[in-house]
Structures are given as C-alpha cells and as structure tokens.
Design a protein around this ligand. Sequence first.
Ligand code: NDP
Ligand code: CA
Length: 320
Amino acid sequence: RRPARPHRDLIYPQDAPPCRHKLGPSIRIMQWNILAQALGEGKDGFIRCPLEALNWSERKYLILEEILTHRPDIVCLQEVDHYHDTFQPIMASLGYHGSFLAKPWSPCLDVEQNNGPDGCALFYSRSRFSLQTTLHLRLSAMMLPTNQVAIVQILNCQLTSKQLCVAVTHLKARSGWERVRSAQGANLLQSLRSITSRSRGSNVRSSGTNPLVVCGDFNAEPSEDVYRRFRSSPLGLDSAYKLLSADRQTEPPYTTWKIRPTGESCSTLDYIWYTHDSLSVDCLLDIPTEEQIGPDRLPSFHYPSDHLSLLCDISFKEAP
Ligand code: NDP
Ligand code: CA
C-alpha cells in the first residue's frame, strides 16, 4: 500500500502584529515546482525514487490532489510540461484562468518522447479575479537574453476592487551560475518596477506600495546575491515563509530534498515574496518534517515532486 500524503497544517504565526486594517477575505497563493515529467523520468537521476512513482498517468493526480486540497486563488507553477494536454483543461474546468510561458530552449526537448518544452504557468480563480494585463518576459542577464522566463499578471480583485500584481519565475539552476541568477533577478525586479508603476495610473494617490506577489523557484539559497537583491529592492518585498520561524527572520530549512548520484541535496530554493507595506500574511502551510519526507526523500510514491509546495493566505492592508 502507498504511504499517505504528508499531512501539513496551516500555521497562523504567533505574535503576528494584529492587522486592524485588513481589507476583504484573504487570498490563497500556491508556489510549486511540480517537476517536469520529461526531466523526472529522463534527466534528474533521482536514484532513490522508483521509476513507477514517476508514471505520469498517476503522478498527475497527486499534483492535482495537492492543488485541490487547498484550492488556492492563485497557483504559480514551474517545470510545467503538460500544460495544454492536462493543466489548462483541468484547471479551466475547476474555474481557473491559465497562462503558460515555455522556456525558449527547454531541457525537456533533449529527452526522448518528451511532451514539449517545460515552462512557468500562472492560474487565478475566475470568481475572485478579473484579468487586467498579462506580460510574458524572457529574462536577461548582463544585457543578454537567457533561457529563463517569467509571467506577470495584473489582476483586479472582485471582492475589494483592489489591484494585485502577481509574477511567477524559475531562475537558472546549478552552482556556478550565481551571478546569472542575480542578474536575472535584477532584470525581473526592474520589469516589475516599471509594470507596477505604470499600472497605478496618474490619478491614483501614490502612498504605500503597489500590492505585488512574486512566486518562484529561484534556485538560490537565502545566502545568495539574488535573495539579497529581492529583500532590499525598492519594491518593499519580504519573504512569506520566514514567518514560520521562531524569530520570524529565518527561511525554512528546506523546500527541496532529493538524492542524485552526486549525493543528497537538501536546500531552500523556493520563495513567495510579498510587498510588506500593502499585504499581510495570515497563515502558511507548514513544511513537512524529515520523518514525513522519508529516508528516500523526494519525489516518492506519496509526494509527486522534489520541491515542496509553498502556500499562504495574504490580505490587503487597508491604508490607515
Ligand atoms: P538549468 O540549468 O536552469 O536547469 C534545467 C533543469 O534542470 C531545471 O529544471 C533544474 O531543476 C534541473 N536540474 C538542476 N540541477 C540538476 C542536476 N544536477 N541534474 C539534473 N537536473 C538538474 O537549465 P537551462 O534552462 O539553462 O537549460 C540548459 C539545458 O537546456 C541544457 O542542459 C541543454 O540540455 C538544454 N538545451 C537544449 C537546447 C535544444 O536545442 N533543445 C539548446 C540549448 C540548451 P531545478 O530548478 O528543480 O533545480
Ligand atoms: Ca527540477
């Protein structure tokens, strides 16, 4: 029998400053690198994961189960190589609008019998939001175009009439590429500054910051330059998952944990950034324990990706 999917509680951070100016019900956001089917079967070399646990015919249901368990209002995914044949139609039938942007030269295309390129996907609940703008960005680094992309959308919240800008990205992987990641992050931040300032319009009072959420697999530990760039950007971003820690300043110990022929890799690479002046985090989905993840790490029969899903509820802060 299959082991059960790890149970994860929603944590309401203690001693969270009471937000007296919360506007409307919270917005649930999911960030998840779902592991491209072609990479998982053909390139990653997860030596402790049985190949049968990677069968797409079953694994897709575990991915959808994770999404349906939490019913996020916004779903940000990386490594999507089954958008058109799976996620687009199924998510549409569940009430979501979807947008997909493939990587220009996806490594999936090198795998025999691939299902097309992988890329980023962004879904929002049509009952909660209407779409104002979609931007498909190819990230550059030191003026040169790269193989990494981002989707940015400006959404109008139907319940509060507030605007929310959401971005999803997947930065360059592997060690030795820290400077490229940093430059890609700088490029994305620059684009977001120009997009959010334009979307405000000239007749909007310019107090506070434009509500913005950036979800991604940054492929960077918190010690990397790209993390520091996001933390110190003029957009006023903070990382939601720090709120799970006792001091509220520390990222979780891992967001991905896998075993390759080169060894075990347990690291924090995935983030949900939010503008702390205009948004507050109400709760976050806890990180499974080492015991829940199990000795063979991820992916596994009970968890379909090598990256954990991140999930939090955020609210608009009403201007005081
Ligand atoms: P990245 O280095 O960003 O990584 C691509 C994927 O590989 C990521 O999804 C990453 O997962 C995963 N990955 C990270 N570390 C490892 C590892 N140690 N072993 C196996 N997989 C890993 O790739 P780029 O986007 O820069 O693309 C480079 C690739 O693109 C080349 O490998 C080449 O195969 C391919 N390419 C294909 C071309 C074509 O014509 N088809 C042309 C040019 C390039 P995660 O983010 O989860 O860490
Ligand atoms: Ca991967």
